[in-house]
Design a binder for this molecule. Structure first.
Ligand SMILES: Cc1cc2nc3c(=O)[nH]c(=O)nc-3n(C[C@H](O)[C@H](O)[C@H](O)COP(=O)(O)O)c2cc1C
Length: 231
């Protein structure tokens, strides 16, 4: 099959996106962040409702949020008070999802030399989320509470557009549902109105390619496992 240049460029932007979990301190120019968000907002949404809201955190506000969440993360008594506002995952895991979830988790921990009995090491690695994996830009996404399930579908398209547009500029990302546990801390530090619900966070910056965790390449199911052609 002959590939056109457009096909190659678009496919490369999509396939070169990976979740990056160690970033360089190199700042991201404000005009690049603005350009990424503007192009991402071309995402489709039901009746063009555009249900996304994003808070772009750099500098001291980013550091304040990181400090506030870390204070809770390292205090078991406080930590037990913080729960997600919505279920990202099923309450009861079944195959094949649970197998995929375990595989990616153990693959990452194996790269980092973390064994199953190293609970402290795993807690520390999960805690890296709350420093945006050292990315200089932290994105926090919210949605108006009046919006329904369909708008969350639209939201995913916006998020993916950000991640792909970042690749076009040599930047990397990690989408982060981990932040949902700390929606109260985030609302407090950012002064979010009650009408907004936290969707997720995202790290944005330049990948530190010297870090072992960034060598993780995840698998995908074969086409026949998820596509059914009815002719
Ligand atoms: C909405 C969303 C939330 C995610 N939340 C986290 C997170 O909190 N922390 C993390 O390290 N990875 C997170 N991930 C990354 C997934 O683990 C990752 O996308 C998956 O393992 C596939 O790997 P890849 O992104 O490198 O292709 C999230 C992904 C998505 C789409």
């Amino acid at each position: 099959m002959i590939q056109t240049q457009e096909q190659m460029i678009v496919d490369a932007a999509i396939t070169s996106r990976r979740s990056i979990r160690a970033f360089l301190p190199t700042p991201v120019p404000r005009e690049d962040i603005e350009a990424i968000l503007k192009v991402a907002a071309r995402a489709p949404s039901g009746s063009n409702t555009q249900p996304w809201k994003v808070y772009v955190l750099t500098g001291s506000i980013r550091d304040r949020l990181v400090a506030a969440i870390n204070a809770v993360w390292h205090d078991p008594a406080q930590l037990s008070q913080h729960k997600e506002e919505y279920d990202y995952y099923p309450r009861e895991w079944v195959s094949p999802y649970v197998d995929r979830r375990r595989k990616v988790g153990w693959d990452l921990y194996a790269l980092l030399g973390l064994t199953r009995d190293n609970k402290a090491g795993m807690h520390a690695q999960h805690g890296r989320n709350f420093a945006f994996f050292d990315a200089p830009v932290g994105l926090i996404f919210t949605i108006d509470r009046v919006m329904e399930q369909g708008s969350w579908l639209d939201y995913g398209m916006f998020l993916q557009n950000i991640m792909v547009a970042a690749r076009g500029r040599g930047l990397d990302t990690c989408p982060q549902a981990a932040f949902t546990q700390f929606h109260k801390v985030i609302a407090d530090v950012l002064g979010l109105p009650d009408s907004e619900q936290l969707v997720c966070g995202m790290a944005l910056g330049f990948a530190d390619t010297s870090k072992i965790e960034n060598s993780l390449v995840t698998e995908r199911a074969a086409l026949g496992d998820f596509a059914t052609f009815l002719e």
